[in-house]
Design a protein around this ligand. Structure first.
Ligand code: COA
Length: 260
């Protein structure tokens, strides 16, 4: 599949999906969402992909939001469909079952921050600016931002960010837990790859179960989440990866996981 608005590169178990409309600061239009959905599905299924990095082309923007030109003429029914569609595509990356990292290289605004929030982890260049500016356009976040920002950084941060519509520095985003790590721009890729390398060395099935326990567990009562954890813990004990991981520890060697 050849794409117009994204690039997908796979090497050494790592897929890098780059949103590639730098002249529009990588804004998410309908075609871009379709292509992202296709790429997310491919990465979910492909055995050569163990970790996904999502980033933006150029030095200025990760993604500066949903495409305001497309939004500007929407009727209420179309607006509902657009929000639903964006949420559907971001759910694909959230539930991919493999570690995903948003590598925020510049503006991550509106739908751009919402995309980053749907990834498991976020790294950012110290020059990045983040925010949910929808209220300054007379709308509210529609790609899950009102729900995920609270879950990632707490309701107090979500209220401040969404109600002010302000842009925040990467340092502030890191301080309040919206991003996991920040790096000078020239070190963003290498710093992100350190996180990736850790995850590449771990058991793929264990990573999948851990992601599922955290994602599903954050939406149900804690005791239910703990029972889910018991079930997935039990299931992990059925894997070759568990036997290999524990044998490697006891034999004082590095494990060689097969993802089985
Ligand atoms: N949708 C569509 N086009 C966008 C866009 C978006 N979300 N964000 C930027 N662009 C386009 C601009 O219209 C401009 O296109 P043009 O050259 O054809 O006029 C181009 O990208 C460059 O943006 P520009 O505004 O000139 O850059 P800037 O450096 O002056 O400002 C931002 C950068 C990010 C502050 C500014 O582009 C912005 O506020 N964007 C919208 C952010 C937003 O509200 N996102 C939420 C959408 S729901």
């Amino acid at each position: 599949m050849s794409y117009q608005n994204i690039l997908l590169d796979v090497a050494g178990g790592v897929a890098t999906l780059t949103i590639n409309r730098p002249d529009k600061l990588n804004a998410l239009n309908a075609l871009t969402l379709n292509e992202m959905e296709h790429a997310f599905d491919h990465c979910a299924k492909s055995e050569s992909v163990r970790v996904l990095i999502v980033t933006g082309a150029g030095e200025k923007a990760f993604v500066a939001g949903a495409d305001i030109k497309e939004l500007s003429t929407m009727t209420p029914l179309i607006a509902k469909e657009l929000a639903y569609r964006g949420q559907q595509v971001l759910a694909r990356v959230e539930h991919m079952g493999k570690p995903t990292i948003a590598m925020i290289n510049g503006f991550a605004l509106g739908g751009g921050l919402e995309l980053a929030l749907a990834c498991n982890l976020r790294t950012a260049a110290t020059t990045a600016r983040l925010g949910l500016p929808e209220v300054s356009l007379g709308i509210i976040p529609g790609y899950g931002g009102t729900q995920r920002l609270s879950r990632v950084a707490g309701p107090s941060v979500a209220r401040e960010w969404i109600l002010t519509g302000d842009q925040f520095s990467a340092e502030e985003a890191h301080r309040v837990g919206v991003v996991n790590r920040i790096f000078p721009p020239a070190e963003l890729r290498a710093g992100t790859m350190k996180l990736v390398d850790s995850m590449l060395s771990r058991g793929p099935v264990a990573l999948r179960f851990a992601i599922e326990a955290i994602n599903r567990g954050s939406n149900i009562p804690q005791r239910e989440g703990e029972i889910l954890e018991c079930d997935l813990f039990g299931l992990a004990a059925s894997t070759e990866d568990m036997r290999e991981g524990m044998a490697a520890f006891l034999e004082k060697r590095k494990p060689s996981f097969k993802g089985k």
